[in-house]
Design a protein around this ligand. Structure first.
Ligand code: ZN
Ligand code: ZN
Length: 367
């Protein structure tokens, strides 16, 4: 078998079956337009398409730089073309680029080099491009390529961990889910306590000494993989459901509030320690609270719709879904909060969380 070194590009549509279920014909047309555009970009950068399979394309290039340029240009053009489409209808590709050995046979290419490109692709936020460390080493260091480090990842049937990076596209692509939550809650009237609303769900801490009722629909539910949530919960990932603050009423004992960092507080049960509430306090106290989804009596009804804090996602913690994935430094809300306390370097966030938290402990009752 003849082995060769190649830059391998693998592209696949995120959530294709969900999009097809929603609108088969339209999705198929968008898919075709996307595949045509990708093939055009592959050709323009002297690559060659190896095969197409449904909503996926495999291509190879003699240059890693050319492969990354083709991938980035493709994603930038897709973002521009679909800018006006509703979020739920957008066909977004994930692209992975790897540099590795391939085996050429029967007009196709095989081998770990190809498998790794496909696995790396799965880590990309829909609409973006992930590359392996081998590819990154080929890219110029003059600032023409920007990227986020996603750390070393283990892939099934691949012996060595692979260093994965996500390329930054110059076009700002999509909104941050928490931003939506903020704008939605901002538009809501703040009801006084005198307005009686029907209770839609309840919740409690582990020991039951803290109990609460909720009277409005949630603003959203997300996973958080950040280091703060990991340490705070002792679990690899946390799920939060955000509610307008006036929708949450404590009916038995109040929480003790711990100043989690310069920008946020956490409410927990004084008796059993369950972390029940998270609240952003900067630039001003948020008018929504995030409740630990699993403290609700019916957590099965509050399925997360995105992943946050994925810069800290553990390599052995893989959740195979097509939900959008975002990193903390991408959050305009977190940026705004940290900037309001004079911290502009996102690398400082996590370090500061611990350093300052010990000095800022205070008792405080929200409701
Ligand atoms: Zn408790
Ligand atoms: Zn978190």
């Amino acid at each position: 078998m003849k082995r060769q070194l190649a830059a391998i590009l693998y592209a696949d549509v995120a959530g294709y079956s969900r999009l097809t279920r929603a609108n088969e014909e339209q999705t198929h047309q968008q898919l075709n337009a996307g595949l045509d555009l990708l093939i055009e970009k592959i050709d323009a950068h002297d690559g060659s398409k190896v095969h197409e399979a449904g909503d996926a394309i495999l291509a190879e290039f003699a240059s890693a730089i050319a492969a990354v340029e083709a991938a980035i240009e493709f994603q930038q053009t897709m973002a521009a073309l679909e800018a006006d489409s509703p979020d739920a209808e957008r066909v977004r590709f994930r692209v992975g680029v790897n540099l590795g050995e391939v085996i050429r046979d029967r007009g196709d290419i095989f081998g770990d080099g190809v498998n790794i490109a496909a696995r790396i692709q799965e880590l990309a936020t829909p609409g973006s491009v992930c590359v392996s460390g081998a590819v990154l080493e080929q890219l110029p260091t003059d600032g023409s390529f920007a990227y986020d480090d996603l750390g070393y990842r283990h892939f099934k049937n691949i012996e060595r961990p692979i260093h994965v990076y996500q390329m930054k596209l110059s076009e700002p692509e999509f909104g941050y889910p928490m931003q939506e939550i903020e704008s939605r809650v901002m538009g809501q009237p703040i009801f006084g306590e005198s307005v009686e609303k029907p209770v839609i769900t309840r919740g409690q801490c582990l020991c039951g000494s803290v109990q609460f009722e909720i009277s409005q629909e949630p603003l959203g539910t997300g996973y958080c993989h950040c280091r703060i949530c990991q340490r705070n919960s002792g679990a690899p990932v946390f799920a939060w459901t955000a509610f307008p603050i006036e929708a949450v009423r404590f009916t038995r004992n109040k929480l003790k509030y711990y100043q989690l960092s310069l920008i946020a507080q956490q409410g927990f049960c004084k008796r059993c320690g369950s972390p029940v509430v998270w609240r952003s306090m900067k630039p001003e106290p948020a008018n929504y609270v995030a409740i630990a989804t699993t403290c609700l009596e019916n957590p099965e009804d509050y399925a997360p719709t995105w992943h946050g804090g994925t810069e800290s996602q553990l390599p052995w913690m893989q959740i195979h879904d097509d939900l959008p994935r975002t990193r903390c430094p991408e959050s305009p809300l977190l940026r705004k909060a940290w900037e309001s306390v004079g911290v502009t370097d996102t690398d400082d966030w996590v370090a500061l969380e611990y350093e300052q938290a010990s000095n800022l402990d205070e008792e405080n009752e929200t409701r």
